[in-house]
Design a protein around this ligand. Structure first.
Ligand SMILES: Nc1ncnc2c1ncn2[C@@H]1O[C@H](COP(=O)(O)OP(=O)(O)OP(=O)(O)O)[C@@H](O)[C@H]1O
Length: 329
């Protein structure tokens, strides 16, 4: 069984911008956490921080090992257990490399640490080709494409190469950030099914990010909803979909087109970007958008403007950061 992931008090600041604001979550071994939220809510930054690509405060633990407390070399080795797949496979793959070389980038070296960028002038080492072929088969890619360059591939094929490269490192945790957002709608479902199958077959622990709640719903066991750098609601997928408590979650749900699979898997329908108050303002960050908060109520809902709602446990599994989470939609 792969390791579980625990993230505690994760904060990422870029100058004055707090992109991720003190979030905590855990992903049980072999399960999928869906991270959903509007554009700019901090999903990508959180993901990048988890895999060590963004400067962060807080702790990231694989099982009970805090990666931030390990010495450099050991930390680098442990970080290989977390792999990320990005939205844009075109820029994620080096155009000078063959497919085999792209996948070989992910293979652990004999010493167990990064073997760096393979020399694009040389072919993937002969001893690795068997493993590379295995990985291509795993992602249902024709091994005849081994010597092709990424630009000769379709978007879906390139994303499969990126997945194969991530799997080459034999990760415990896979972080998938909007991996189908730039694919044709017809290919999105195929890649999502592939990811779901690989996750289940390999028992991977996974963070799956999308701004499209219908896609996250399909992929995830648990969902965390982000707004303005924070997690405003999290819980088991079925509970959160059947009984969304935070108005932000309700708004994301309402934006799902109630149509067939083609529309459901498209990126249509999620509106707007984050509108928050000044960073120093007290109160709930969602209040300016909120249909049940101060703007919408005659009683003023003073608490929304005066007090930041901490995530309160409505039950043990389902948490919502809203003073009026139980008020109807
Ligand atoms: N390198 C950076 N420098 C400065 N600000 C950044 C940087 N990366 C992200 N941000 C800011 O952090 C906030 C969160 O951005 P992030 O990309 O993580 O959100 P997101 O939810 O992933 O959005 P999207 O779905 O559009 O990618 C935004 O306000 C963004 O402008």
């Amino acid at each position: 069984m792969t390791a579980g992931l625990t993230v505690q008090d994760l904060t990422v600041r870029y100058g004055q911008v707090t992109a991720v604001d003190d979030i905590s979550f855990s992903v049980a071994p072999g399960t999928v956490l869906g991270l959903v939220g509007e554009s700019g809510s901090g999903k990508s930054t959180a993901a990048r921080a988890v895999v060590g690509l963004a400067p962060a405060q807080g702790s990231i633990m694989l099982d009970n090992v805090d990666l931030g407390r390990l010495p450099g070399r050991q930390a680098r080795r442990e970080r290989r257990r977390l792999q990320m797949i990005f939205q844009d496979s075109r820029s994620a793959l080096d155009p000078r490399f063959t497919v085999a070389q792209c996948v070989a980038e992910g293979l652990p070296s004999a010493s167990g640490v990064d073997h760096g960028r393979p020399d694009p002038a040389r072919d993937a080492p002969r001893r690795s080709r068997g493993r590379i072929a295995e990985l291509l088969e795993l992602v249902s890619l024709d091994t005849g494409l081994m010597n092709a360059r990424p630009r000769a591939l379709s978007g879906g094929q390139r994303q499969r190469v990126a997945i194969a490269r991530a799997l080459a490192a034999e990760p415990d945790v896979l972080v998938a950030d909007e991996v189908t957002a730039s694919l044709d709608v017809s290919v999105q479902a195929v890649v999502l099914n592939l990811l779901r199958r690989l996750q289940a077959d390999l028992g991977l622990t996974m963070i799956f990010i999308s701004h499209n709640l219908s896609v996250v719903r399909y992929m995830a066991d648990q969902i965390a909803v982000m707004y303005d750098g924070r997690i405003v609601e999290q819980g088991p997928t079925a509970d959160l979909i059947a009984g969304p408590e935070h108005p932000c979650t309700r708004s994301l749900l309402a934006a799902i087109p109630q149509m067939g699979q083609r529309r459901l898997l498209s990126d249509e329908g999620i509106e707007a970007s984050v509108v928050s108050g000044p960073a120093s303002a007290p109160g709930c960050a969602y209040r300016l958008r909120c249909p049940i908060g101060p703007a919408a109520s005659s009683d003023g809902r003073e608490i929304c403007t005066s007090t930041d709602p901490m995530a309160e446990a409505f039950d043990r599994h389902h948490q919502t950061a809203c003073h009026f989470a139980s008020v109807g939609s």
